[in-house]
Design a protein around this ligand. Structure first.
Ligand code: ADQ
Length: 471
């Protein structure tokens, strides 16, 4: 079997708490030869194009350092201040700085230069996420003919939002240099197809070699998932039980409403707390009977919009406390830190309702993890945003428009009042969907399509065919 090379902005570290995706990809790499390639997390003064190999708990990991300026332009700049907000339809939060694109391309070139000498002709390369859209172009420009796949973890934007991104034509041409492009949801494939149809025959600066050619690029939805059985086991583990006991003491019989997210404006946190505020305002009988726990560790906090989201959330939580708290009752707890997966699994299992209400999300793994962690005899209810990719999978969640806080408040009330039988039947259907879309099958199906059994070892054909089609 050919080797697998996984490329992502960050590689799995030794000490970082492993997320479900990292665990799944590690497992995939452990089953076949290959290595993981990415940024080391270190900043240097001079650009580096020689990768260093390291053994990370049995996994072969190759990394390079980046210069401070390049990293700023590539990561905080083009990736997270232009692509992330635009792909999440938040053009109001996008910042256009014309120098960032150069840094973004430079880092992708640097990745390609460092990766190329490590490659064998029949290696299969799987590139992850929006930071690395140009990587296939850059590798092919250096002569790599390998099979290359790209997986977009975030939603694909509507055509208008795409057109607002500087250099979007070049980025679309870059996407066309992959053999397989995976998206989270059917809606993303539809948006992508529409954009390609609008742009076909668009040339860049009149250069025919720069034309889009998606004829050899397969684009399909590969919805990611979690490992629901692992969450079922973790939710009754010792670490989970410890967390549950701590929380049970605070709850003293109140029903737990839980939110777990990175602190990101796409997750709809202020709207969610506002919906909870409306629930308490409209249903005085529920006061002292419910408690909301929102866990939201800060992320990307060097970016102004993230600090502002954090400040907004602080203010709204403070307002709800000021409005409803009593000397002996707090309506909510807001925790800005990360927890291990087992502790989270315990909290998921304890919760009567999970509020998973992003304004837009590629998939949302918290929804999958919550479902996996439930007690089949007494399951909680999932209130889920229509605008998460997960909404295509979990039809038996209570689906809401997260912008409409009245609707979310009413969905929350329904969830809290839902009889046991309905909770059980909805959960059974959700669990079946989570099992069907588990993360192991996700990576197997993507790699199965990227490296079909017929792909002969040592057959680097892509560039030759591409150039022939231009002749
Ligand atoms: P994210 O935007 O990070 O991922 P999500 O899918 O919800 O969003 O995954 C978050 C992960 O972080 C989950 O595994 C969760 O358990 C973990 N997590 C969240 N809060 C935590 C906390 N306080 N402590 C510890 N762990 C915490 C991007 C896309 C998503 C897509 C994923 C995977 O934005 O749409 O689902 O990639 O493709």
């Amino acid at each position: 079997m050919s080797r697998l090379v996984i490329v992502s902005n960050r590689t799995p570290g030794k000490s970082a708490a492993a997320g479900g995706l990292a665990v799944a990809l590690r497992k995939t790499l452990a089953e076949r030869e290959g290595f993981w390639f990415g940024w080391s997390g270190k900043l240097t003064d001079a650009p580096e194009t020689r990768a260093r190999f390291e053994d990370v708990e049995g996994l072969s990991v190759a990394t390079i350092d980046l210069t401070r300026d390049d990293h700023q332009a590539y990561y905080a700049g083009f990736s997270n201040s232009i692509l992330w907000p635009s792909f999440h339809l938040r053009l109001d939060l996008a910042h256009i700085d014309s120098t960032w694109y150069e840094g973004y391309r430079r880092v992708n070139q640097q990745f390609a230069q460092a990766l190329l000498p490590l490659l064998r002709p029949d290696d299969v390369i799987w590139v992850h996420d929006y930071h690395l859209i140009p990587l296939a172009s850059e590798l092919r420009a250096l002569g790599a003919g390998n099979r290359m796949g790209f997986y977009l973890h975030i939603p694909f934007p509507t055509a208008d939002a795409l057109y607002a991104i500087p250099h979007h034509l070049e980025l679309m041409r870059d996407v066309s240099r992959y053999d397989l492009v995976g998206m989270q949801a059917n809606r993303d494939v539809a948006a992508f197809t529409e954009a390609v149809e609008n742009m076909t025959h668009t040339s860049l600066a009149g250069d025919p070699l720069q034309m889009f050619d998606f004829a050899r690029t397969e684009v399909a939805a590969f919805p990611i998932g979690s490992d629901p059985e692992a969450f079922a086991r973790m939710s009754v583990s010792a670490a989970a039980t410890k967390m549950v006991k701590r929380m049970d003491r605070v709850l003293a019989g109140q029903k737990l409403v839980l939110g777990v997210d990175r602190l990101d404006y796409s997750k709809g946190l202020p709207q969610r707390v506002e919906a909870y505020e409306k629930l308490l305002a409209n249903n005085s009988r529920l006061r002292r009977c419910v408690h909301m726990l929102q866990i939201a560790p800060p992320s990307r906090d060097s970016i102004k919009e993230y600090q502002e989201t954090s400040d907004t959330l602080d203010a709204i939580c403070g307002r709800v406390m000021g409005r409803f708290a009593e000397p002996d009752w707090a309506p909510l707890t807001y925790v800005k830190r990360a927890y291990g997966q087992a502790s989270l699994a315990g909290l998921y299992r304890l919760a009567r309702v999970a509020l998973v209400t992003p304004l837009r999300d590629g998939m949302n793994l918290v929804a999958h993890e919550f479902i996996g962690s439930q007690n089949p005899a007494d399951p909680g209810v999932l209130v889920l945003s229509r605008f998460a990719g997960a909404a295509e999978i979990f039809e038996d969640a209570i689906l809401v428009n997260p912008f409409d806080t009245d609707e979310t408040a009413e969905a929350l009330r329904l969830a809290l009042d839902m009889p046991l039988e309905e909770r059980q039947s909805r959960w059974r259907s959700l669990m079946a969907a989570a099992q069907e879309h588990n993360v192991d099958d996700w990576s197997k199906s993507f790699l199965g399509r990227l490296s079909p059994p017929s792909a002969a070892a040592g057959a680097p054909t892509r560039d030759i065919l591409y150039l022939a089609s231009m002749a």
